[in-house]
Design a binder for this molecule. Sequence first.
Ligand code: NAP
Length: 285
Amino acid sequence: MTAKIIDGVALSRQIREDLGLRAQALAAQGRRPGLAVILVGDDPASAMYVRNKVKACEAHGLHSVFEKYDAGLAEADLLERIRALNADAGIHGILVQMPLPRHIDPHRVIQTIDVHKDVDGFSTLSAGELMSGLPGFRPCTPYGCMKLIESTGVDIRGKHAVVIGRSNTVGKPMALLLLQASATVTVCHSATPDLGLHTRQADILVAAVGRRHTVTREMVKPGAVVIDVGINRNEEGKLQGDVDLDGVREVAGWITPVPGGVGPMTITMLLVNTVEAAERSLLHT
Ligand code: NAP
């Protein structure tokens, strides 16, 4: 079997077209969706992620505010800036790019963002809403993974889903979203003794580890949907996921490539959350 490629670029484009229309409709009501992106320090990877987010906003009719501070910014000043953005009616989503300099507590920063503007979905309130099955903002990467899985047409209900990784931003919310969609979910992590024992049972397999070749061909059930969240570089500096794409595509039914799978969907779901925040703000006024 040769797996069908789940094209994250094409799916993103499709979702973004619809978003552009929703953003236009909101702008016509004087509620152009606005995203504030804050970057502290000079990490080049963070600067690139932030640039892509701001560019994506501009391309789809969203208003964006980009604030860059030097690495010495005091935590109190950052919190004050977030509070000002919380009170700004033209801003519907606030994103503080991680990682932050060591003297700033990321937890305190995330908790300061108004839950109605927490478009990254990282606050404990947003996590609690997800846990309780309440509407709220879902973290963008697992939310995008769900859209990728749904795009295959495979019914998630009753399937066995295995998630490798248990981070608060990817693995755990991914497992909760799959559970909410009525999959039977197994979560694996670095203390799981025999990873293959679990992955071979997966109808849906999500790898969110950050280590190349974590998932190889013999670890995958024939026909499985395989979602590769990992971002790694090989010896030549080329981007690679956690899954051995060449080997696994011979057994899987569906697979996301890296690049071109989960990555583009993450930014798209950030735009979705921001437009949704603006739509919800209409209900509060
Ligand atoms: P993380 O916080 O480092 O979590 C990695 C997880 O993998 C941990 O739960 C860890 O287990 C588990 N793990 C490590 N080695 C393992 C092993 N040998 N077997 C099984 N599990 C193992 O990373 P993250 O933030 O979740 O991100 C994971 C990957 O996704 C990274 O490559 C990251 O760059 C990428 N990512 C991509 C996007 C995108 O848009 N494409 C977005 C976010 C993240 P323990 O908990 O036991 O340590």
